[in-house]
Design a protein around this ligand. Structure first.
Ligand code: ASP
Ligand code: CP
Length: 316
């Protein structure tokens, strides 16, 4: 029998047309979010299950909100107080929850590849909410949407991504955010430069890489800061935190060199004083909280798309 389930496990599950369709759908969902009653019946009767084996604030809460705004039912496994602690395997956990009737699992796990394994064990769609160093596709989607909508709002036109210069700065090696975002930007024709310590930059054909932030700063349209992934750092890959901050943090002086049109982004959580030593609320280009707001609309778009939402039930 043909497998008709669809997943969003990584950016590789999308082509350019699918990505653009999701961005347009996100726009539609953002409009729903601005209504006095931001709730539509499009996914009534469907169930989404959050399965977070790693900590999260933004991703978990926004998936939950997204599902509720689409009238889906939600289940959240509190992994820390679940039977995982009694030795229940990941597969048995997924099969147990699946037996309760789940249409989509939203999964975060410290090991790369887990969403692909889970897709083999369940009838439900699988959405990757971050797997190890590997992928975080809904973060990329909300980031692309934020770039597109903020540039349209600020510059008065939808300039698209072709030729857009995006600097992704920091711990690229351990960052699933950098990996998904670089891939997604590449699909849309943007030019990505990875900027950080050489030890934290794996070679990739998808981006140019450099350790000279000051040499790049004035050529960028988007400054995308990353958190140092200390939980994934198994050796001293940077000489010292102070040196990292001196060479790679967005400080007041560097912020002052950014052009007026430049967007400053961060996926969160931010480590103030490490990768950023300026208060982002003082920067006209900072869109960090807008990214969070857009995360709900982007996740509504993904749930709607994968679970076959009813189009007429989203219209005003
Ligand atoms: N929250 C993002 C992630 O889970 C980025 C980060 O934690 O630095 O990948
Ligand atoms: N950006 C992001 O994924 O944040 P959380 O880890 O808080 O979900």
């Amino acid at each position: 029998m043909m497998d008709t389930r669809r997943h969003l496990r990584g950016i590789g599950d999308l082509d350019r047309a699918a990505l653009e369709r999701l961005l347009d759908l996100t726009d539609h969902m953002a409009e729903v979010g601005r209504r006095a009653n931001p709730k539509v019946p499009a996914l009534r009767g469907r169930t989404m299950c959050n399965l977070f084996f790693e900590d999260s604030t933004r991703t978990r809460m926004s998936f939950d909100t997204a599902a509720k705004r689409l009238s889906a039912d939600t289940m959240t496994l509190a992994v820390g107080s679940s039977s995982v602690n009694k030795g229940e395997s990941l597969r048995d956990t997924v099969e147990t929850l699946g037996a309760m009737g789940v249409d989509a699992f939203v999964v975060r796990h410290r090991s790369s590849g887990v969403p692909w394994r889970i897709a083999e064990w369940t009838e439900a769609s699988v959405i990757n909410a971050g797997d190890g160093w590997h992928q975080h596709p809904t973060q990329a989607l909300l980031d692309l949407y934020t770039i597109r909508s903020e540039r349209a709002r600020r510059l008065g036109e939808d300039a698209g991504f072709e030729g857009l210069r995006v600097g992704v700065i920091g711990d690229i090696r351990h960052s699933r955010v950098a990996r998904s975002l670089t891939e997604a930007l590449g699909l849309l024709g943007a030019v990505v430069v990875h900027i950080g310590p050489r030890t934290l930059m794996p070679p990739t054909p998808l981006a140019r890489s450099t350790d000279d932030l000051d040499g790049e700063l004035e050529d960028l349209d988007v400054v995308y800061l990353l958190r140092m992934q200390n939980e994934r750092m198994d050796a001293a890959l940077i000489p010292s935190g102070e040196e990292y901050t001196r060479r790679f943090a967005l400080d007041p002086q560097r912020a002052g060199r950014l052009g007026e049109h430049v967007l400053v982004m961060h996926p969160g959580p931010m480590n103030r004083g490490v990768e950023i030593t300026v208060d982002p609320t003082t920067l006209p280009g900072a869109v960090v909280t807008t990214q969070v707001t857009n995360g709900i609309a982007a996740r509504m778009a993904v749930l709607f798309d994968l679970l076959g939402g009813v189009e007429t039930e989203v219209s005003a």
